[in-house]
Write a protein that binds this ligand. Sequence first.
Ligand code: FAD
Ligand code: NAP
Length: 532
Amino acid sequence: MAKNVAIIGAGMSGLISLKCCLDEGLQPTCFERTEDIGGLWRFKEEVEEGRASIYKSVITNTCKEMSCFSDFPMPDDFPNFLHNSKLLEYFRIFAQKFDLLKYIQFQTTVSNVKKHNDFSSTGKWDVIIERNGKEESATFDAVMVCSGHHILSNMPLDSFPGIERFKGQYFHSRQYKNPEGYEGKRILVIGSGNSASDIAVELCKKADQVFMSTRHGSWVRSRVSDHGYPWDMEFHTRFSTMLRNTLPPTIVKWMMETQMNRWFDHENYGLVPENKYLMKEPVLNDDLPSRILYGAITVKPTVKELTETSAIFEDGSLEDVDVIVFATGYQISFPFLDESIVKVEHNRVRLYKYIFPPDLEKSTLAFIGLIQSLGSIFPTSELQARWVTRVFKGLCTLPSESTMRASIETRNEKRIELFGKSLSQTLQTNHIDYLDELATEIGAKPDILSLFIKDPKLALKIYFGPCNPYQYRLDGPGKWKEARNAIFTQEQRLLKPLKTRVLKDSSMASIASLLKVLGLIVIVLAFFFTIH
Ligand code: FAD
Ligand code: NAP
């Protein structure tokens, strides 16, 4: 009989986990505490307990061709970077296409997941759920935790002496919805991550003045890269990853700094990271530098102290403020799991490849989406789920506990070396390296060398072009016959929403100019022969 799998959460990770279970012939049941799918991408005016909360204007910072699921490209008329409502639309058509909704039990909260009494021999779990005020329990062969990690606010009030006497308003970015009501205010935004930057930019259009306090700085990039391509289609290529991995570190660091400063000099804007060479998650914001240039946002150092009405910064400067927005990130938490199963320490969870607890007798518990990639998390969650479902089926096996533990520690050391110690970087990974690592587990990593012989055109595209999700459907389990075509048609999907004003007939126009040139040549030649 097919194994039954409990999936906790029907956000992006839950939906793709459902599909992967079905693809592998497993029997999934998904529990979602709210009334609908989409997780954090379903905007609501009010903040909901236990679910991530976004502001109304959130737009993806990874583009549609790099953020779709690997056998389901986004509609070609969708914009390249999506408003949250548009991404939710994609999830809806995805769920409909693969008929996923019938496996989801809405308004059902998982309150506890514990080992079944014969766990050591069966690996089964008891899942306790709460629905309509009643508690129920069911036993599952395996569990996929897809509950997200942007729910519990990190509110570091201890680091802000004087906060108790501050008379203005203060709250976490999770509470922020839109700029209404902040007209004429002096606002201090703490942090320089993506939330801080988006919120500062939005508020500065209404506020009297916005201050952005950053303790370590950030690299800021535009979503628009060279020649107008989405940044991630240029950044995440196998070729550039190979260069980053093989060139001497000093050259890589120099290249990174040069690339990051090409748009504007971060030092001049007060944003330069304290450690310039960390690959910390970049901020994707098209407006932040211009707003700083207009003087609408002033970058400040760390807050030293707060008074009743003002903030005093480390450099001794003082600014009067009415509102403080703590865009200080999130804490990882799994309220339904006992610490003996998984423990969060300093925002870090010790999981093998960010997925499996290493010390369980059976590999029947997996975390999907508990990752922060330099690229899109969507194909990342998908490959995690493709591997996990094959582990659950017994088609892939995990190494010994000691090997997994050693791998976790080595990976963590490397992470700190690359991305730093900040609590917001504990889940940070490289993009293509991690995708390839997961794909290797299931035999879906594209074999570039043999492709150069069999299909050189495709090999070139894969090696030098954007590492899009379709690459992981060319071969191996779950092979999708349209993958090659999807790779070659991505440019069309990219351009479709852009070329909305096409000159009447640009091809005719170029023929006409060619004819003009030819005509000119004929006239010159005729003139030449006439005078001779
Ligand atoms: P979530 O979307 O948080 O979904 C979790 C679901 O689990 C929710 O529906 C919740 O209700 C449910 N749930 C939680 N606990 C329980 C329980 N006990 N019982 C039942 N149900 C439960 N990543 C990118 O790749 N590109 C981007 O552009 C991008 N933009 C982002 C913008 C913001 C503002 C934030 C905060 C993150 C962004 N991310 C982005 C990262 C983000 O993590 C992913 O985009 C993705 O949505 C995460 O999906 P998820 O399903 O893992 O979690
Ligand atoms: P985040 O990336 O964790 O950033 C938190 C910020 O707060 C960092 O600048 C951090 O500084 C700072 N901070 C934390 N503790 C602090 C303290 N005690 N004192 C001063 N500063 C402190 O959180 P986020 O910006 O909310 O983003 C969360 C995730 O959502 C990220 O993956 C992000 O990419 C994503 N996101 C995406 C979008 C989008 O797509 N448009 C929008 C928002 C968020 P240090 O760096 O010094 O630690």
